[in-house]
Write a protein that binds this ligand. Structure first.
Ligand SMILES: NC(=O)CC(=O)C(=O)O
Length: 265
């Protein structure tokens, strides 16, 4: 199976964001990808005052990416979007996965919300406008188990352990809008740790560059194998990178260094 991660610079123009995402999916399909993964908040990354009306899971956002999956004949992980939330003040931060025929295969709502105050660097209170999900999700992509997560979830290893052990995931996606300040020191380390400790492929698709208001994302989308080797890394531009998933190699690593099987807790 070939996978692609797509690096995007979403801003406050929803139509332009979706068109840019569709272009990247087309490029992924042309590169032979079976599965393409988009970053967190494909629909909108701008001022909260300008946020378009949140949508239900079966709304226009879903129709758009369902059509893309069907037209291109590939699996599409549509990053995440602003889903209608449980009350007027909050949305959900939601990922959708579509199969090759455009059928919805999985829905995941970000569980861990980014409430962080780093003076002079990062001030973000995601839980003010987003409600957390409470369910772990694993789906089958052409017979390969794919575990779902979003951005800040990356810092909570217990989620990934659950995806790998209870969910039997062999690949884990991390669509993200990781901040520049934290990204340059933490992004690759955390991604490679999750890949090594869970002996899974990690597919990490990031937003890149400046987004209103004054938010800069780190990018460096990457695909990592279960040994922790970075198979592909995006340069600091919008674009895609691809790599091939080798399940034989994964099983070899799990049998030669059986740390998952050797768990005591
Ligand atoms: N933006 C996020 O949700 C997470 C992030 O930037 C970080 O964990 O650092």
């Amino acid at each position: 199976m070939r996978v692609a991660v797509c690096q995007l610079n979403a801003r406050d123009d929803r139509a332009a964001n979706l068109a840019a995402a569709r272009d990247l999916l087309g490029r992924a399909a042309s590169a032979g990808a079976d599965l393409a993964v988009l970053p967190e908040y494909v629909d909108y990354l701008g001022r909260s005052a300008g946020l378009p009306k949140p949508e239900p899971v079966d709304g226009e956002f879903a129709e758009f990416f369902s059509a893309a999956a069907r037209e291109l004949g590939i699996w599409v992980h549509a990053g995440s979007f602003h889903e209608v939330g449980p009350d007027d003040a909050r949305t959900y931060n939601t990922s959708l996965v579509f199969d090759r025929s455009g059928e919805l295969a999985a829905t995941y709502r970000k569980i861990h919300l980014y409430d962080v105050e780093i003076p002079g660097r990062v001030s973000y209170q995601e839980s003010r406008s987003v409600a957390p999900g409470d369910t772990t999700v694993v789906t089958d992509v052409d017979g390969v188990r794919l575990g779902l997560s979003i951005c800040y979830d990356l810092r909570f290893p217990e989620l990934y352990r659950r995806l790998a052990v209870e969910g039997e995931a062999r690949m884990i996606v991390v669509p993200a809008a990781f901040m520049m300040h934290t990204g340059r020191d933490h992004w690759e380390v955390l991604l490679r740790a999750r890949a090594i400790e869970n002996q899974c492929y990690v597919l990490a698709a990031g937003q890149i560059g400046d987004h209103e208001p004054g938010r800069t994302c780190f990018g460096r989308s990457m695909i990592i194998d279960p040994w922790g080797t970075v198979l592909a890394q995006a340069p600091d531009t919008v674009g895609i990178v691809t790599a091939d998933i080798d399940l034989g190699r994964l099983e070899e690593i799990r049998s030669e260094l059986p740390s998952l099987a050797n768990r005591r807790l």
